[in-house]
Design a protein around this ligand. Structure first.
Ligand code: ATR
Length: 274
C-alpha cells in the first residue's frame, strides 16, 4: 500500500485524514493517509527517519512548516518564497522534495468561490504577518498581483515579510489601511482573529470597491464575523474551508499519482467535522 500522512502538533483536529481517506476509498486505491504528531523538538529526526522509506509523503502543518522546508533537499520556487512547506515527498533515492500547496489552495479557492476574479489587476491587502500571511503574499506575488500590502499589529513582522519576498510586497501601517482598502480588489484575513467565533480584524470592508473579494483563512466558524461583515457590505467572500480543501488536491496528486476522484463531497465531510 502507498502510505502518506499529515504531521503537526497537535494533529487531533486535522481534517486532512478525512479528506484524503475519502478520496482513497472512492478511487479504490490500495493506500492509507495517517496523522502523525512528533514532539515539538523531534520533527527533524522524525522526517530524517522517513528518507527513502515506507512513506511516500507528508503534509505538514503548524508548527512545522518552516522546519519542513529546512529538511528538504530541493523545493519549489513558491515554497522558497513562502519560507515554508506544507508538502514533503520522499523520493526513492533518499532525497526529500518540498512544495507549498497552501498558496495554490488560496488561488483555487478564489477561482471556485469568486469566479472571474482577476488577480493581475487587483491590489491586495493582507491582514496579519504570521506564516499564513507570508505564504499568501508569496503566492499572490508569484501569480502576478500588482501590489500586496501587509498590515499587521506588529509592524516589524510585516516589514520582515516585505523584505524577504520583495517586489510587489510592501508593509503598510494601520494609518494607511483605509486608503488601501478603498483601492483593494482582494482583502485577506491571515490573522488568527475570529477563530472560535470572536470578532475578526476591524478593517472597514465597506470602504472597498463593490467588486472586491474578501477572504478569511479562519474556517472555525465557517462564517466568521469578518466574512459576515463583508457579505453585509455586498462583497463576494471566500472561506478558509475551501482553501483547506483546495490545498489537499495537489498533495493527493503528489502522493498517489492521480487527481482526486470526482463525486466525493469532501466539503460536506469536512463541514461535519467543524
Ligand atoms: P500563523 O503562522 O498561523 O499565521 P501566527 O504567526 O501566530 O500564526 O500569526 C498570527 C497573526 O495574527 C499575526 O499577524 C498576529 O499579529 P502579531 O504579529 O502582531 O502578533 C495576528 N494577531 C493575533 N492576535 C491578534 C490581535 N488580538 N490583534 C491583532 N492581530 C492579532
Amino acid at each position: 500500500a502507498v502510505v502518506a500522512g499529515v504531521c503537526g502538533q497537535p494533529i487531533r483536529h486535522s481534517m486532512s485524514p478525512v479528506i484524503h481517506n475519502a478520496w482513497i476509498a472512492a478511487a479504490g486505491l490500495n493506500a492509507a493517509y495517517v496523522p502523525f504528531a512528533p514532539g515539538e523538538d523531534n520533527f527533524e529526526a522524525f522526517v530524517e527517519g522517513l528518507r527513502g522509506g515506507a512513506i511516500r509523503g507528508l503534509n505538514v502543518t503548524i508548527p512545522f512548516k518552516e522546519q519542513a522546508l529546512a529538511c528538504a533537499d530541493r523545493c519549489s520556487d513558491l515554497a522558497k518564497l513562502a519560507g515554508a512547506a506544507n508538502l514533503l515527498v520522499f523520493e526513492a533515492d533518499g532525497t526529500i522534495t518540498a512544495d507549498n500547496t497552501d498558496g495554490p489552495g488560496l488561488l483555487d479557492a478564489i477561482a471556485v468561490q469568486a469566479p472571474g476574479f482577476d488577480l493581475t489587476v487587483s491590489s491586495v491587502v493582507v491582514l496579519g504577518a504570521g506564516g499564513a500571511a507570508r505564504g499568501a503574499a508569496a503566492a499572490l506575488a508569484l501569480a502576478g498581483a500588482p501590489r500586496v500590502s501587509i498590515v499587521n499589529r506588529t509592524f516589524a513582522r510585516a516589514e520582515a515579510i516585505a523584505r524577504s519576498i520583495g517586489g510587489v510586497v510592501e508593509a503598510a501601517s494601520d494609518d494607511e489601511l483605509d486608503v488601501l482598502l478603498a483601492q483593494a480588489g482582494l482583502v485577506i484575513n491571515a490573522t488568527s482573529l475570529g477563530l472560535g467565533g470572536g470578532p475578526g480584524p476591524a478593517a472597514r470592508l465597506e470602504l472597498t470597491p463593490e467588486t472586491a473579494v474578501v477572504v478569511d483563512m479562519v474556517y472555525k466558524p465557517l462564517r466568521t464575523e469578518f466574512l459576515r461583515r463583508a457579505e453585509a457590505a455586498g462583497r463576494r467572500t471566500v472561506d478558509g474551508l475551501e482553501m483547506l480543501l483546495r490545498q489537499a488536491v495537489p498533495s493527493f496528486e503528489a502522493f498517489f499519482g492521480s487527481a482526486p476522484p470526482a463525486g466525493v463531497d469532501v466539503r460536506a465531510l469536512a463541514l461535519a467535522q467543524l
